[in-house]
Design a protein around this ligand. Structure first.
Ligand code: 7TS
Length: 420
């Protein structure tokens, strides 16, 4: 399995056609918005769900709903087995070595908070340093800032160039004897940059430093192989990969997870409790306190099956073509500035239009049935770096089409007509 786009085997023309034909699996996409066919270009915020994912969750609630890991009755055992089967699917999906390395969490945000809290508690001390990149989502900045404040440690930042690519020489210079962890995004939600995470991991490991990768924007678009990347932690959310909200995954290498203290206390994460002493459960349950999002987990399992059928190599090619097409078209519009022009990009097109606030672009596009996100995308430091308060962002999924890009471009012309 490969992780970098350049090395993914080219999918056949037939595969591309087949994937493009999968659009009808998504019932939400059939609706009109403001009397116009919906163009959903806000996939980086959350993707739509195929019917099989919706059906799997409905079936779970109709036939299997029960609490897990605690009942001896029929339904509880069925629900437990179904939920644990999803863990096995996730393990295969990211090619983890061991099922115990797969922790169910609420999403990427919780996964990173878990590591910052639990890893930080034993490994980060006064004077230590934590290294993040200049293009992180707030969820991969703030948990580390909280930790630094608590532990009297320092947050260091890997800089980027004006295309939105990390400066790898600077990165190497920033790695020091005081660096306790590197936390970096695989794909930037605000810029689309695909970072060379394998190289980032190798350089950190050469100095014995572990690496957490924020995979929220990577898993819907490319094969992720945590053993190939050799990362120590990998975090992602189901809702960005065609699954439900409220569930996500923290992958962690066993040797780290074994040594880390629990993040939250409660049911399921214990072996025994007395008022004098509690014995914690084994991995992965040590990090899974309380009743989890069982129905959401079932939906995640269905989303993984769906992606497996789809073939992520083909998805990547299709989205790449769509991004190239949209980029070419948008640059014909006067006053457009693309924010994020890295050589390696995933399906994100962030832009500004001269003299027009991004929120106004979003509002007019909405009237035309086109859904994009406008604002700082929870990446305010990225906005500061590029000297803009906000951007408009179109983000694509494999079910989007060139006809939709045309509708989007037409709507942008309308923006100029109205406000330009
Ligand atoms: N990391 C990245 C790179 C993200 O893009 C997001 C969400 C998160 C972490 C947080 O994920 P969550 O599922 O825990 O919320 N990004 C976006 C976005 O770009 N627009 O809305 C949410």
């Amino acid at each position: 399995m490969t992780t970098e786009p350049a090395t993914v085997a080219a999918p056949s023309f037939h595969d591309i056609l087949r994937i493009a034909g999968c659009r009808h699996h998504f019932p939400l996409l059939r609706q009109l918005v403001n009397g116009k066919p919906l163009v959903y270009f806000d996939n980086a915020a959350t993707s739509q769900k195929p019917q099989v994912v919706i059906d799997a969750m409905v079936k779970y609630y109709e036939t299997e709903n029960s609490n897990i890991h605690r009942g001896v009755h029929y339904l509880s055992e069925r629900a437990t087995q179904a939920y644990e089967r999803v863990r096995a699917k996730v393990k295969a999906f990211v090619n983890a070595e061991d099922q115990r390395e797969i922790i169910f969490v609420r999403g990427t945000t919780e996964a990173i908070n878990l590591v910052a809290h639990s890893f930080g508690k034993i490994h980060v001390h006064p004077g230590d340093e934590i290294l993040v990149s200049a293009m992180e989502h707030h969820s991969n900045i703030v948990p580390w800032q909280i930790l630094c404040e608590e532990r009297d440690a320092t947050l260091k930042v890997i800089p980027m160039n004006d295309r939105g690519e990390l400066l790898m020489d600077e990165y190497e210079r920033l790695l020091s004897d005081r660096t306790r962890i590197v936390a970096v995004t695989h794909v930037s939600n605000a810029l689309g940059t695909i970072n060379p995470v394998k190289d980032i991991v190798a350089k950190a490991h050469a100095r014995g430093i572990p690496v957490l990768v924020d995979g929220a924007q990577a898993v819907p678009h490319m094969h992720v192989d945590v053993r190939d990347l050799d990362c120590d932690f990998y975090a992602f959310s189901a809702h960005k990969m065609f699954g439900p909200t409220g569930v996500g995954i923290l992958y962690g290498k066993r040797r780290w997870l074994e040594a880390m203290p629990p993040y939250q206390g409660g049911g399921d994460m214990i072996k025994s409790v007395t008022f004098e002493k509690t014995i914690y459960n084994d991995l992965p349950y040590k990090f899974e306190a309380g009743t989890p999002n069982i129905g959401g987990g079932i939906g995640l399992g269905a989303a993984i099956d769906y992606l497996h059928e789809l073939d992520l190599g083909g998805v990547q090619q299709l989205e790449h073509d769509l991004l190239a097409y949209a980029t070419e078209k948008i640059l014909t519009i006067p006053g457009v500035r693309i924010i994020g022009t890295a050589a390696q990009k995933a399906a994100v097109l962030s832009f500004t239009m001269e003299g027009i606030h991004p929120h106004d672009i979003g509002t007019i596009l909405d009237v035309e049935g086109v859904a994009i996100r406008t604002g700082h995308h929870c990446a305010q430091p990225v906005m500061q770096f590029f000297g803009v308060p906000a951007t408009a962002r179109a983000s694509f999924a494999f079910y989007n089409t060139k006809e939709e890009v045309d509708a989007f471009i037409k709507a942008l012309h309308k923006v100029i007509e109205v406000l330009g």
